[in-house]
Design a protein around this ligand. Structure first.
Ligand SMILES: NC(=O)c1ccc[n+]([C@@H]2O[C@H](COP(=O)([O-])OP(=O)(O)OC[C@H]3O[C@@H](n4cnc5c(N)ncnc54)[C@H](OP(=O)(O)O)[C@@H]3O)[C@@H](O)[C@H]2O)c1
Length: 322
């Protein structure tokens, strides 16, 4: 089968795998790209090439002997497990407990845009922050992949949402996703939040550059509020401001459940099924903005370059093998 391997992102031939245990063998129809791809790419070498890609939609070709949730012919979407080979290949193995049934009304490209970011934002808000309705949330990085679905989940949870975006185009997109207010993360945040009539916010979701925004986060979080971060810090984070406010800081890594094979990893199957139902019912909007076709090395390299520019709005997907 065809596959695209890091570090150089070149096309290679690999044997078609066969599923064991609870794995599904998926015929991959579309893949999305995420910052995890560009971050992991340099870890590969010519001596140890690696297939990246952790967002896919496709059709189950075969199911392992212990699989019970899916069968051959089912259309699925999923992010996968970063400790295993990624989905930038014609066929791919994935544990069925982290796979959802593809939204019926979305095509493969639209579906592939969703899983990684939806799992991240869902777990951040509902499993880590355990958000309560009628409170306020600041989402830093509102127009990116995670922010685009995160804004929608926050509105479904009946929060007042202030999203950050620094350009006219990204600000407009964040509004389209449902943000009540948009502020600019390249300008001081406090005066912009105060201009909206708020002194503090109950929740802060940091979906970009935690180091840059940490001081503003400590300043803006409400006493007894809660912060979730999905990006790591490069430098130590002074705790005085958040400690004085008894604010909680939670981390969210969407690969944790798969990586540690937690007993509740099937929750990702359930949440992807719920998200698919809501997409089909029109309660959520898809976040796909652009599709490159076919899935090949040149298009994958172009997609990585786009992500590395840091100006993505919504999601970029590669669709169909040539
Ligand atoms: N922990 C996890 O499980 C997990 C999961 C997914 C992603 N992540 C991480 O979360 C981050 C965001 O992922 P993503 O997929 O949403 O990325 P993305 O789609 O590439 O994000 C692009 C957006 O980031 C905004 N942005 C750029 N610089 C910013 C800054 N300094 N402050 C605030 N916003 C900024 C841009 O807005 P403007 O153009 O308006 O400036 C752009 O819309 C990445 O670091 C990724 O690795 C972690």
């Amino acid at each position: 089968m065809k596959a695209i391997a890091a570090p150089a992102l070149v096309e290679i031939e690999l044997p078609k795998p066969s599923p064991s245990g609870r794995d599904l063998l998926v015929k991959v129809e579309a893949v999305s790209v995420n910052p995890v791809d560009t971050k992991r790419r340099p870890e590969a070498s010519d001596a140890q090439p690696r297939v990246l890609g952790w967002d896919a939609a496709g059709t189950v070709e075969a199911a392992g002997p212990q699989a019970t949730l899916f069968k051959a012919g089912d259309e699925v979407y999923y992010a996968g497990d970063v400790t295993r080979p990624g989905c930038n290949s014609e066929f791919h193995l994935v544990d069925e407990r982290i796979v959802g049934a593809k939204p019926k009304k979305l095509d493969f490209a639209q579906a592939a845009a969703m899983p990684l970011t939806a799992i991240t934002a869902w777990e951040a808000f509902f499993d880590r922050l355990k958000v309560q309705p009628d409170k306020s949330m600041l989402i830093i990085g509102g127009a990116g992949g995670v922010g685009s679905i995160g804004i929608q989940f926050a509105k479904m949870a009946r929060l007042t949402v202030i999203a950050t975006a620094s350009r006219e185009e990204s600000a407009a997109w964040a509004k389209t996703m449902g943000a009540d207010h948009v502020v600019d993360h390249r300008e001081p945040l406090r005066p912009q939040v105060e201009a909206l009539g708020m002194k503090h916010v109950n929740y802060i979701a940091c979906f970009n550059d935690l180091d840059q925004h940490w001081a503003a986060i400590g300043d803006l979080i409400a006493p007894q509020g809660a912060i979730v971060a999905i990006v790591g810090n490069r430098n130590p984070l002074p705790q005085d401001a958040v400690r004085a406010k008894s604010a909680a800081l939670c981390w969210e890594l969407m690969f944790t459940r798969a990586r540690f094979q937690t007993p509740d990893m099937i929750e990702q199957h359930r949440l992807l099924d719920r998200v698919a139902d809501w997409l089909d019912a029109g309660r959520l909007r898809g976040t796909l903005r652009e599709t490159l076709s076919p899935i090949n090395a040149a298009n994958l390299r172009a997609a990585h370059a786009r992500l590395e520019a840091g100006t993505m709005i919504g999601k970029l997907v590669l669709s169909g093998w040539s």
